[in-house]
Design a protein around this ligand. Sequence first.
Ligand code: KIV
Ligand code: ZN
Length: 521
Amino acid sequence: MSNEKVLIFDTTLRDGEQSPGASLSITEKLEIAHQLAALGVDVIEAGFPVSSPAQFEATKLVAEQVAGPVITALARANKKDIEAAGKAVAPAKNKRIHIFIATSPIHMKYKLKKSSDEVLKMAVEAIKFARAMVHDVEFSPEDATRSDMSFLIEVLSACVEAGATTLNIPDTVGYILPYEYGLMIARIKSEVLGIENCTISTHCHNDLGMAVANSLAGVRNGARQVECSVNGLGERAGNAALEEIVMAIHTRSDFFSKDQSKNLTVNINTKEIHRTSQLVSRLTGFVIQPNKAIVGANAFAHEAGVHVDGVLKKKSTYEIMTPEAIGLSGSRMVLGRHTGRHGFADRCMQLGFKLSDTDIERAYQQFLEIADKKKEVFDEDVAAVINNEIRIVEPVYKLLYLHVASGTGTLPTASVKVKTKEKITQAAAYGDGPVDAAYEAIRQAIGLSPKLEDYTIKAVTGGKEALGEAMVKIRDNERIFIGRGISTDIIEASAKAYIDAINRMVSAHARGDEGEIKAEL
Ligand code: KIV
Ligand code: ZN
């Protein structure tokens, strides 16, 4: 049996970032891109450079600094977009330009206001223009699944002749069903002229919950690239979830090798899946539902007595893949007050964090504070310390003091002291609850009142001493800033998260980073 690769094209930083409410800073994008490289994705779609200076900058930085995967950028079928994409990916060793134009009657008539002949011509010219800049050009007929099939075959054949090296077939509105999508890919594979020199790719949205099933139907019928995103982030209901695609191909290789007499594999280091999923969740502020396949907190939890009994007797009775395969250690190594710097640094390394000496020292001081309040510090706590304290932007405001009084029948009140480089300010306020009172006091002390968009709090581990992790989203005009804070005291965690979000907002203003306009695709 011959081996064949299914390439994993990650679009977390482009389509994923288009999720309503997701907004990543340039440094956060870079951090995710490095993690995607560690995960082993074949292609990273780093952005849509023409849409804003921040998008351009982020794509360029990824192209400069992230080694391994092909770095690609999105462009509409016009010279300005293609030039911006080409310039942004230029520093990458392996680069690609990804061009799209809609081919469905509804998009051509109402959105583009172009005839099918005009669209075909634009696609061909765009590909030729891009090929003069890079050798690797991907073409996407947007809304392919609602396009006329004969026209689609004609456009795709012309694009191959013009120099496209990958043909991506987007189910832009998540409309198609797996059986139909499989047939569509099979037809493209047999009818598009020159297709033998091209890679067929899938790009499925999840509006009917079919994104992963559709992508896999595509693979079964000859697609050898899957476009997907971590945790399934993306426009509306999202894209095909990377972790589900990878683990399905991994776990059901028996199915994918049937009839095709080919052993399909992916280049992914599956042990990095959990870490990647957590990082993306934290930085985007999109909480993972507990029953989410592969990466949800309950994905490997067994509750029913009969299941627990079965798993204890033989794991494979109820587990089709192991938690270790996605990088869950299962170890409960406990640290405490007496763990020295060296032991702490060692544990951080084992958990996969590569930190500078200064960061280790910062994390260690924070760890000691937590270990003082909490007898046992678990791996999840260590990860929370690092993710919440180390990756923080240089704080303009620091919470020095917080006192909250609340109880049944009393008016919740809070007083705070906040430090900046120049001065210390304090304020007291009341609110609807202790968190509301603390937030009002912080607003008064700082003199800013960004709109609170979202607030969540969760326990990092179980038990009454569990560390609380708060996540806050604030809105500043069109932009959302996410802040996080941890503490064994949930009100303190909430206050820290709010101040973290304000710090991110203030730093963005100081850098002159006014964010990006989400471009119309
Ligand atoms: O969903 C879609 O059609 C897209 C294209 C730009 C590839 O994201
Ligand atoms: Zn899409």
